[in-house]
Structure formats: structure tokens, C-alpha cells
Design a protein around this ligand. Structure first.
Ligand code: E4P
Length: 217
């Protein structure tokens, strides 16, 4: 499973990229607002840090303007992936861009039928929002299971990008189901490294090592 980080904070992206575990980045207008940075400038900087896909979202609602915005965004770097909402105009834009060889991430997916439409529109990625789905009384992971089944039934190439990830269990379940990608905030990715028994084990080993009086270097 590929790991994307869901943020526009450069320091966090640099730190995670240095682990060699980061396969891409997703942003959205809210994350750009939170960063306080210029959209074009910060997207260009992110694209220079990470080789994989960097999602940059259009804000227009009609196909024609979405295409114009995508035209500007895709000039930022070769690894920009245009993010479009799951609407009729969004999927028209998706088809036009993917036919032209541009990566497209279809966002704000909340049903398996929507995911089916996105795959038929040639989406590179579909982003089902599991956390927001949970918040609204549904089971976000059931949605991922349904999409996996449908995509496997028809051998769609569209990658399932689990989004709106809130905790490490979302990551674990995504991997068990066979999602292609997950995007999570930096703090969730950091939490994946942690286990109380790992910390306890290190403490014990260091205590005993100190008692030997030896050193390695
Ligand atoms: C993904 O591409 C979205 O930007 C993101 O995962 C949304 O997450 P949220 O529901 O925590 O805002």
C-alpha cells in the first residue's frame, strides 16, 4: 500500500520524505488555507520534495473553468495530480484530463456507485473519505470493501486512495482490505511507528547495555 501525506506543511513533508516511506502528497483548499501559503508556490515546493503524485484541487464547479484551472495547475510540475470533485462536471473534467495523460484524483467520494462512475471516467485515484463517512453514522471501511470488490470485478485500474484517515486503525483496515493508497495527516503516520512495547523494550535493552560498561563506537 502506498503512503501519501495529507498536508501542505513543508516541514512535515520534508521530515516524512526523509524516511523513504512517502509515496505522494494530497492537499485540498482547506489545507492550503491552514498553511497560510500561496497555492502555486507551496504546490511547486511540495512537487520538488516528493517524486510521487501531488494532488492539487480545482475550485471551479463547471467543466470549462475546471479545465482552465487544471491547465494552470498541471504546468506546476510533471507530478501534479489534478483533484476534481465527484460531480458530473468533475467527472467530465476527469475524462478529458486522463485522455490527455494527466493524473486525476477524484475527491469527496461517499458511495461505491460514485466510485464506479469515477473508474468509468478513467480516474487515476478515487478518494473515499472514511473519517467523514464514520462521522455521519456510516462505516467508512465498508465503503472501501465495496469499492475494492467492484473494482476487482471489472479490473478497473483506478487506485483506491483512502482519504479522511483519522487514526491508525483506518490504515490497518485499509491494508487488510487491499486499498492501493492511503493518505493521512502527519500525526497519524507518526503514530504508525509507535508501540508501547517497543518503547519499553528499548528502555530495558539500554539499561542492560549501560550495565555492561561497553560501547560500540
Ligand atoms: C484527501 O485528499 C482529503 O484532503 C482529506 O483526506 C480530507 O480529510 P478530512 O476529512 O480530515 O478533512
Amino acid at each position: 500500500m502506498k503512503f501519501f501525506v495529507d498536508t501542505a506543511e513543508i516541514d512535515d513533508i520534508r521530515e516524512l520524505a526523509s524516511t523513504g516511506l512517502l509515496d505522494g502528497v494530497t492537499t485540498n483548499p482547506s489545507l492550503i488555507h491552514k498553511s497560510g501559503r500561496d497555492f502555486m508556490e507551496v504546490t511547486k515546493e511540495i512537487c520538488s520534495i516528493v517524486d510521487g503524485p501531488v494532488s492539487a484541487e480545482v475550485v471551479a464547479l463547471d467543466h470549462e473553468t475546471m479545465m482552465k484551472e487544471a491547465e494552470v495547475l498541471r504546468k506546476i510540475a510533471d507530478n501534479v495530480c489534478i483533484k476534481v470533485p465527484l460531480t458530473i462536471d468533475g467527472l467530465k473534467t476527469c475524462r478529458a484530463l486522463t485522455d490527455d495523460g494527466t493524473m486525476v484524483n477524484v475527491t469527496l467520494c461517499f458511495s461505491a456507485n460514485q466510485a464506479l462512475l469515477a473508474a468509468k471516467a478513467g480516474a487515476t485515484f478515487i478518494s473515499p473519505f472514511v473519517g467523514r463517512h464514520d462521522d455521519n453514522g456510516f462505516d467508512g471501511m465498508d465503503l472501501i470493501r465495496d469499492i475494492r470488490l467492484i473494482y476487482d470485478n471489472y479490473l478497473f485500474d483506478t487506485e483506491i486512495l483512502v482519504a479522511s484517515v483519522r487514526h491508525t486503525n483506518h490504515v490497518l483496515e485499509s491494508a487488510k482490505i487491499g486499498a492501493d493508497v492511503m493518505t493521512a495527516p502527519p500525526k497519524v503516520i507518526h503514530a504508525l511507528f509507535k508501540h508501547v512495547l517497543t518503547d519499553k523494550g528499548i528502555d530495558g535493552f539500554l539499561k542492560d547495555w549501560k550495565a555492561t560498561g561497553q560501547s560500540i563506537i
